[in-house]
Design a binder for this molecule. Structure first.
Ligand code: HEC
Length: 126
């Protein structure tokens, strides 16, 4: 009986959090991306940046995106920080919750980034 109740509670919890992934809310992330104008550089689908040197974001791992945004906030001198004049400014106003939400949203988007299954690093030099 306890088992059944537990699984019912779990099922209910899952239904409630279907749109919230590990602390991030996809809808809130979408709104934050609109609010902060991220698409101006990363593209309408966050997968078609306006410049080939700007990264595609769509579909990237949630924890990676959250880490990257935190690193821009820390700057080049911070622990594990990233120094980039453009993104440093973009990341500055984001709250910790904004970052979690944006990361969840970015991860939910279909992207075209792939992992090369035939990585050159797998071949051993003889
Ligand atoms: C003015 C153009 C511009 C805007 C606006 C902008 N970005 Fe960026 N973004 C860049 C550039 C350029 C880079 C690459 C920086 C580098 O080399 O570290 C980048 C990198 C990133 C990365 C790192 C991706 C990776 O693969 O490591 C993330 C995440 C990111 N941006 C998210 C955002 C978010 C979220 C917003 C809105 C809050 C935003 N960007 C707004 C230009 C922009």
């Amino acid at each position: 009986m306890n088992k059944i109740l537990t699984s019912m509670a779990l099922a209910a919890a899952c239904a409630i959090s279907a749109n919230a992934v590990a602390g991030g809310n996809i809808d809130a992330g979408k709104a934050a991306v609109e609010k902060y104008g991220c698409k101006a550089c990363h593209g309408q689908d966050l997968n078609s940046p306006i410049d080939p040197t700007y990264p595609k974001l769509a579909g990237q791992h949630q924890d990676y995106i959250a880490h990257a945004l935190t690193a821009y906030q820390r700057g080049a001198d911070g622990a594990n920080g990233r120094g980039n004049a453009i993104m440093g400014g973009q990341a500055k106003p984001l709250s910790a919750q904004d970052i979690q939400d944006i990361a969840a949203y970015v991860h939910s988007l279909p992207g075209s980034l792939v992992t090369d299954p035939e990585s050159k690093f797998l071949h051993h030099a003889e």
